[in-house]
Write a protein that binds this ligand. Structure first.
Ligand code: ADP
Ligand code: MG
Length: 239
């Protein structure tokens, strides 16, 4: 699904160079369910943005489904992103002038899905994160946790083959964190969608099947995890 070769990303701020990603290589197979952990500033967000074609590396190569991203034109990169990737931003990036369901519809609009079908699928995605009753609220009328769940619904609504999520449960309580992980894991099992989830939360990492730990922009460890069953308490996400 993703092959990364000798990837580096250097930020220059004045005279200072920050190696956010430092000669990193890894492969993610189709259907994996993995977490990326590590201390703050270790390069997790930078790596996820590079994988999601939201940023360009300083050096190194990224292949998505065997296609080298840097060989594509900007419009081809945009198309690849819209067709294959769902991204949950650490800061949500919801549009404040749109309500929840309109935000979730946006990626379907880019895919030219018809209005009625768009609304149906967006409402269904909102209901999967327990927010069908908040569909017509704008982001400012929602709590941080609710905004985060809208951002998750928006990433999942196109049923992308690759979901990249940056701290997707950072604003959620334990019950809702569990439900979100359960939702993602069910989707991974049912549809074979690939998930890479950046997290600070050991519980989240523990329920993935592979934990990649970053330190100073490099891979510090890469471990397989034994699969465990989830037992969520009742949260807002129902059941
Ligand atoms: N746009 C930027 N300009 C300069 N430095 C940046 C920028 N984005 C990230 N960094 C730096 O790169 C390093 C990795 O950041 P980041 O990927 O956000 O880490 P994490 O998500 O693990 O907290 C940090 O030292 C951070 O300060
Ligand atoms: Mg981050």
């Amino acid at each position: 699904m993703i092959k990364i070769e000798n990837l580096s990303k250097i930020y220059r701020v004045g005279d200072i160079e920050i190696k956010a990603i430092n000669d990193l290589s890894m492969t993610i197979e189709k259907g994996e369910f993995l977490s990326i952990v590590g201390p703050s500033g270790s390069g997790k967000t930078t790596l996820l943005h590079l994988m999601g074609c939201l940023d360009v590396p300083t050096s190194g190569r990224i292949f998505i489904d065997e296609v080298e991203v840097s060989s594509l034109s900007p419009s081809e990169v945009t198309r690849l992103r819209r067709e294959k990737i769902g991204f949950v931003f650490q800061e949500f990036n919801l549009l404040p002038v749109l309500n929840a369901v309109e935000n979730v519809e946006l990626p379907l609009r880019y895919q030219r899905v018809s209005g009625r079908e768009r609304r149906r699928r967006a409402l269904e995605a909102l209901s999967r994160v327990g927010l069908e009753n908040r569909a017509y609220n704008r982001p400012t009328q929602l709590s941080g946790g609710e905004q985060q769940r809208v951002a998750i619904a928006r990433a999942l609504v196109t049923q992308p083959v690759l979901v990249l999520a940056d701290e997707p449960t950072g604003e959620l309580d334990t019950a809702n964190t569990c439900k979100v992980i359960e939702l993602m894991r069910d989707l991974n099992r049912e549809t074979g969608q690939t998930f890479a989830i950046v997290t600070h939360n050991p519980m989240v990492a523990d329920y993935t099947r592979r934990i990649v730990t970053l330190r100073d922009g490099s891979i510090y460890s890469d471990q397989a995890v034994e699969e465990k069953e989830l037992a969520c308490e009742d949260g807002d996400l129902g059941i």
